[in-house]
Design a protein around this ligand. Structure first.
Ligand code: NAD
Length: 507
């Protein structure tokens, strides 16, 4: 049901997403909205035994779902995309209420879900294998792709719904049941999506088995229950580097498959030939969008010394005029941080930057009188003398460190000299520079852009990063292959039994 009220209450937003009072007051997992820090729900949580029961149900569902023809599986995802179109405003508003990103970005996140559903529907008719030339006469070889088994999806608070969909839409067309463990900070959006999925499965009919799409509400031990179970074939985990390291450790003991989408520390190089108007807009959007809480947020700006003075004062001025405010209200461009711990972490990072020689512009709490229990901050620019220790670290807040460079090799070396490898970009109109940046000797990140900021990826390309970002790829291109098992077939249609490599083994 669409909300017509211009300024719906928090409980209107929950109700519009099918979350009744009985659901939102059923237990002890407290959910606070970052909009004003108030309590919006106390949810019942699942136990580890519940997680095991879901895993068993998914295992059963897999037996029939893997046999449903892939284009028919695609029909389920098409229906999901249709339902998401209908629910876009309601769900987008709930994303804003629960994680604090501005409403436009909440809508954008739901649009990403719709986009990946469209992609997956097309993919459901394109799960192509190969035919391969055999060295033996009368033999054929081919490579085929089969459903893999249950896919466990662990997600972070800052993108509470889209990453689930990047995984689920592909997993479902690939023939895999999905169990979702959302962030304990944003379980409401997951429950709202589960409500949508229940409706979609009912419309789809009997060949969507019980246990096909499930959600686990609770703390990390539910994620650990997924990683521990040999009946979960694949874990796709989005979150911090320490979480990814723990998941990788647990999965390695059973040699399970992972897709890891972890922290970033993304940079932009601004070269002397850059269009500074474009660069300025790209910097501000990618550094302060989602209040600096995107994995692809711009955190390091590497500026050529010749244009430094033309760019940085303008940037500082642009920051001073940014509308900080309630993310549900039109016109706010910077919403709150997720909680006061995040605000403390930001203050600590700025202190460290100062001790490392940084000059800090902005920073500090904003709107403290209006929202004493929330964590609104002034985005910060920090001019650094060199790329020192603090710049190697991802602080999940709107802090943009700026350093100068003299030549492109130095800039690329700075860009690559951090532990993370998610997203990167260069602003330049010199093709020699841009192609060098994209070459084997250029950016070492999973994403490298030219004249576009590091955030705001489209679903058509594979998304993910290298080094401590984890190496996983989701979404477009051939990311679907991670959700299937590959099988090589050799078929002998002759009356002889020649061995490969010409080996003689006569008996
Ligand atoms: P987090 O690591 O604290 O939590 C993420 C999820 O992991 C939660 O659901 C949590 O319950 C679960 N979890 C934690 N420990 C676990 C364990 N040992 N086993 C199984 N599950 C476990 O992350 P967060 O604070 O919610 O999100 C912010 C981080 O996520 C940032 O570092 C950000 O860069 C990263 N992120 C990365 C991407 C990407 O695509 N690369 C996207 C969004 C966010």
């Amino acid at each position: 049901m669409p909300l017509t009220d211009l300024m719906p209450t928090h409980s209107d937003i929950l109700t519009a997403c099918g979350l009744s009072e009985a659901t939102t007051s059923a237990g002890s997992l407290n959910v606070y909205t970052p909009v004003d820090g108030s309590l919006i729900a106390s949810l019942a949580t699942h136990s580890v035994a519940d997680a095991e029961a879901q895993i068993a149900a998914a295992k059963e569902a897999f037996k029939s779902w893997r046999l449903v023809p892939a284009p028919r599986r695609g029909e389920l995802v098409r229906l999901l995309g249709e339902e998401l179109r209908r629910e876009k405003e309601n769900l987008g508003r709930l994303v804003t209420l629960e994680c604090g990103k501005i409403y436009q970005e909440g809508l954008g996140e739901v649009q990403e879900m719709i986009d990946i559903c469209d992609f997956a529907v097309g993919l459901s008719r394109q799960l192509y294998g190969l035919t391969i030339a055999s060295e033996r006469p009368g033999h054929a070889m081919r490579e085929t792709w089969h459903p893999m088994g249950t896919c466990g999806v662990i997600t972070a608070f800052n993108f509470p719904v889209a990453p689930w969909c990047w995984n689920a839409a592909l997993a479902l067309v690939c023939g895999d049941p999905v169990i979702w463990k959302p962030s304990e900070k944003t379980p409401l959006t997951a429950l709202a999506v589960q409500v949508i999925c229940e409706r979609v499965m009912a419309d789809f009919g009997d060949d969507a088995p019980a246990g096909l799409i499930q959600t686990l509400v609770g703390e990390r031990e539910l994620g650990e229950a997924l990683t521990a179970s040999k009946d979960v074939a694949l874990i796709s985990a989005t979150g911090s580097v320490p979480m990814g390291q723990a998941v990788a450790r647990d999965m390695s003991t059973r040699l399970g498959r992972t897709i890891l989408e972890l922290g970033g520390n993304n940079a932009m190089i601004v070269a002397p030939s850059a269009d500074l108007e474009m660069a300025l807009r790209a910097i501000v959007f990618s550094a302060v969008g989602t209040a600096g809480q995107r994995c692809t947020t711009l955190r390091r700006l590497i500026v050529h010394e010749d244009i430094y003075d033309a760019l940085i004062p303008r940037l500082v001025k642009a920051y001073q005029g940014l509308p900080i405010g309630d993310p549900l209200v039109d016109g706010s461009l910077v919403g709150p941080l997720i909680d006061t711990e995040a605000m403390t972490a930001m203050a600590r990072a700025l202190e460290q930057a100062k001790t490392e020689g940084g000059t800090v512009h902005g920073g500090g709490q904003a709107l403290g009188d209006d929202f004493p229990n929330a964590a609104y901050v002034h985005p910060s620019i920090v001019e650094m003398p060199t790329q020192s220790a603090i710049m190697h670290h991802e602080t999940f807040a709107p802090i943009l460190y700026v350093v100068k460079y003299k030549d492109l090799d130095e800039a690329i070396a700075l860009q690559n000299d951090v532990p993370q490898g998610l997203s990167s970009c260069i602003f330049s109109t010199d093709v020699r520079e841009t192609e060098t940046f994209l070459s084997a000797a250029g950016s070492d990140c999973g994403i490298a852009n030219v004249n576009i900021g590091p955030s705001g990826a489209e679903i058509g390309g594979a998304f993910g990063g290298e080094k401590e970002t984890g190496g996983g790829r989701e979404s477009g291109s051939d990311a679907w292959k991670a959700y299937m098992r590959r099988q090589t077939n050799t078929i002998n249609y002759s009356r002889e039994l020649p061995l490969a490599q010409g080996i003689k083994f006569d008996i």
